[in-house]
Design a protein around this ligand. Structure first.
Ligand code: CDP
Ligand code: CDP
Length: 216
């Protein structure tokens, strides 16, 4: 038995999963885990070791702790690419399964990623799939990383960002082990025209419907 409800928040890159999941966790008083940071931390360790992210990376994943997601240097594009490469390795994924399940054991939790509702917690109490068009997501990530879309050369850099994001989505959706996909019982929220507040309101509506009286 788990000590509380599990909410799975999946979706493609820069859709707003983390922003939503963190706010849901605060609203519902549940622990929050950004599972992308686990893969990013493995990617970072691989890069730091001077290793090719395509080479076996299981040893880095085996010893990883949830606390390692607190590293400050995990949000770069280079690390995102390395994360996606190590995430395609079945041994890396299986090394991180128990870490994620254990995280929610005591009190439940809100976890965001790609395979939470399909592979990590197929029995999650609530499953949300947060998405938006590649153009919207690339612009969100561009601004989030401190870029000004109106600056000189921004158009070309934004185009690069869009291409990198789409390449990562294709790899994440196309890999054999735990690919990113919409769980059969997930509620999809298209966020192109929604503010982060509006996404939270819609998600809370779904959560309350699914959890009934458990959600405050
Ligand atoms: O976790 P994920 O990569 O899916 O995205 P995020 O880091 O939560 O969000 C990417 C950026 O989009 C952040 O700067 C958010 O403030 C922004 N955003 C959002 O999360 N939701 C919206 N509906 C609109 C913008
Ligand atoms: O923030 P963003 O959505 O761009 O990426 P992230 O959630 O930090 O995830 C980085 C990479 O880790 C993804 O592109 C996936 O390859 C991988 N990942 C995964 O395979 N499974 C998860 N549950 C979470 C992330």
């Amino acid at each position: 038995m788990r000590g509380g409800p599990v909410l799975a928040v999946d979706g493609p890159a820069a859709a707003g999963k983390g922003t939503l999941a963190k706010r849901l966790a605060a609203e519902l008083n549940l622990p929050y885990l950004d599972t992308g940071l686990l893969y990013r931390a493995v990617g970072r360790l691989v890069l730091d070791a001077g290793q090719d992210p395509a080479a076996p990376a299981e040893k880095f994943a085996r010893t990883l702790k949830v606390e390692d997601t607190q590293r400050k240097d995990l949000r770069t594009q280079e690390v995102a690419r390395a994360a996606s490469q190590v995430a395609s390795q079945p041994a890396v994924r299986s090394a991180l399964v128990e870490t994620q399940r254990r995280f929610a054991q005591a009190r439940g939790g809100v976890l965001d990623g790609r395979d939470i509702g399909t592979a990590i917690f197929p029995d999650a109490d609530v499953k949300l799939f947060i998405t938006a068009s590649p153009a919207t997501r690339a612009l969100r990530r561009f601004v989030q990383l401190g870029e000004d879309p109106k600056a000189d050369g921004a158009t070309a850099r934004l185009a690069e960002m869009t291409a990198a994001l789409q390449a990562r989505d294709a790899a994440d959706a196309g890999r054999e082990t735990a690919p990113m996909q919409v769980a059969a019982d997930a509620v999809v929220i298209e966020t192109d025209t929604l503010s982060a507040d509006a996404v939270l309101a819609e998600a809370l509506r779904v959560v309350r419907e699914r959890l009934g009286t458990h959600a405050s």
